[in-house]
Design a protein around this ligand. Structure first.
Ligand SMILES: Cc1cc2nc3c(=O)[nH]c(=O)nc-3n(C[C@H](O)[C@H](O)[C@H](O)COP(=O)(O)OP(=O)(O)OC[C@H]3O[C@@H](n4cnc5c(N)ncnc54)[C@H](O)[C@@H]3O)c2cc1C
Length: 416
């Protein structure tokens, strides 16, 4: 098998040696293992367990765990480039791996940039080390079920899942919908509102990020999972009924997620790499298909038709636009970005999520009827890519909303 070319050429995009090495590692297992399994996970809406074993063997489960804790210490951009390579081969694996990795990226690199008093930081570093060791030595898998079907995951209201402070930890009650990795993660990293007594105000400022052991008493997985796309994510509903969670379960202390969402907003772009990878895959497939190089589709070449050439040119332009804006906005991720950087991040998120689906639909139209058969991956990328724009808090709609207001108003400005 001829190895695939990197999505981002090392020289052209000035990748570091670590970026080249990690992306090559991901591309190798993606091409040799994940690509061949993706159709089956999709057909059965089954979790990609074998892929997770491979990710563990390739030392990629701890990609964003700081080096001092034994991980690869990858930066935000390095992680994103690696995840995009996985997205080329299996969208559901890339998207769920994102939930796992963000549990370490957000509690790691991100919190290092945020304000905490010394004792909180010491405690946070001790707690996160417990999570990191589980991942590195026991192969623990973490997920990030935040959504509740309300506007909480959009950042507009407090989470209705309550973590009530009790001796030695918390009692958690609530429900999370679209909980990717439900029934497959070992720890569910949930955002809850912390309360100390009945009079505690339910405020977004009191959000706490807790890793609930999946095997805890009171945790149940409910509902069927039979969606149009990203079927291998197994995003079923989680119910928490009087679940006791110990003190060291925090992934972020109370108040820090609220600070992170405001001061490190690029954290929400971590959902994009999976879709960046799908966009690349759909384009690459189209080129091969039109050249008559896809196995099992006959020796027919279609590239000589001007209509096909124009269509593939449109796809290439859209792919270049997406990659360039995505790479630039991912490179700018930092604490306290300027308004201009934040607006570019929204534009990058919108562009990646919408263009991935647009490129996939153009790929089907351009290749033609036979290309949409279930024996080929195009129709799966088309379905998977549709999911990107729905991901809160930066859905395509919310990006447009924030960007439109941001273009026309300065902070505090009104029309009154
Ligand atoms: C394949 C897949 C996997 C997923 N995995 C996860 C996961 O692991 N973890 C997780 O937390 N979520 C996950 N999600 C959920 C996703 O992030 C969204 O929360 C979900 O798609 C929202 O569905 P909804 O029907 O409630 O959407 P919507 O109705 O679009 O939005 C939900 C709420 O957000 C608010 N809202 C919407 N638009 C606006 C607006 N313009 N202004 C203000 N508020 C607004 C409203 O209150 C609305 O009720 C996943 C989704 C998919 C499709």
């Amino acid at each position: 098998m001829q190895p695939d070319q990197p999505m981002f050429d090392a020289k052209a995009w000035q990748l570091t040696s670590q970026q080249q090495e990690l992306t090559a590692r991901a591309r190798h297992i993606g091409q040799t293992k994940f690509a061949g399994r993706a159709a089956d996970y999709d057909a059965r809406a089954a979790f990609p367990t074998e892929n997770y074993n491979d990710l563990f063997d390739a030392n990629l489960m701890g990609i964003c765990i700081p080096k001092e804790d034994g991980g690869e210490g990858a930066s935000f951009l390095t992680y994103a480039l690696t995840a995009a390579e996985i997205g080329r081969y299996c969208g559901a694996t890339a998207l769920t791996w994102n939930m796992h990795v963000c549990s370490t990226l957000w509690s790691g690199l991100l919190t290092d940039d945020l304000e905490m008093d010394d004792s909180t930081r010491t405690m946070h570093k001790q707690n996160r080390s417990v999570h990191y060791q589980r991942i590195l030595t026991e192969g623990a898998i973490y997920s990030q079920p935040f959504s509740e079907g309300s506007s909480a995951a959009a950042g507009a209201t407090a989470f209705a899942t309550i973590a009530h402070k009790v001796e030695g930890g918390w009692r958690v009650n609530g429900k999370k919908i679209f909980a990717s990795l439900a029934g497959h993660a070992n720890y569910y990293g949930i955002l809850c509102t912390q309360t100390t007594d009945e009079n505690t105000e339910l405020s977004r400022r009191n959000t706490i990020y807790l890793a609930v052991p999946a095997a805890s008493q009171g945790v149940t997985v409910q509902g069927k999972w039979d969606p149009v796309g990203m079927r291998g994510t197994v995003s079923r509903t989680l119910i928490f009924e009087d679940v006791f969670v110990p003190e060291n379960a925090t992934l972020m202390p109370a108040g820090i997620y609220f600070q992170a969402a405001k001061r490190w907003p690029h954290m929400f772009m971590t959902l994009t790499p999976s879709y960046m990878g799908i966009a690349q895959a759909a384009y690459d497939f189209t080129v091969k298909y039109l050249r008559g190089e896809i196995e099992g589709t006959g020796p027919v070449k279609r590239r000589q038709f001007a209509t096909k050439q124009i269509a593939v040119a449109q796809m290439r332009i859209m792919l270049e636009q997406t990659k360039t804006l995505w790479f630039q906005s991912m490179s700018e991720a930092c604490a306290n970005p300027s308004k201009d950087q934040l607006m570019r991040a929204w534009a990058g998120q919108y562009t990646t999520m919408e263009n991935a689906n647009e490129i996939a639909q153009l790929a089907i139209r351009t290749c033609g009827g036979q290309s949409m058969l279930k024996t080929l991956p195009l129709e799966r990328w088309y379905r998977d890519s549709r999911c990107g724009s729905l991901m809160l808090p930066w859905t395509a709609e919310l990006c447009l909303d924030m960007l439109g207001k941001g273009c026309l108003y300065e902070r505090g400005e009104t029309d009154d």
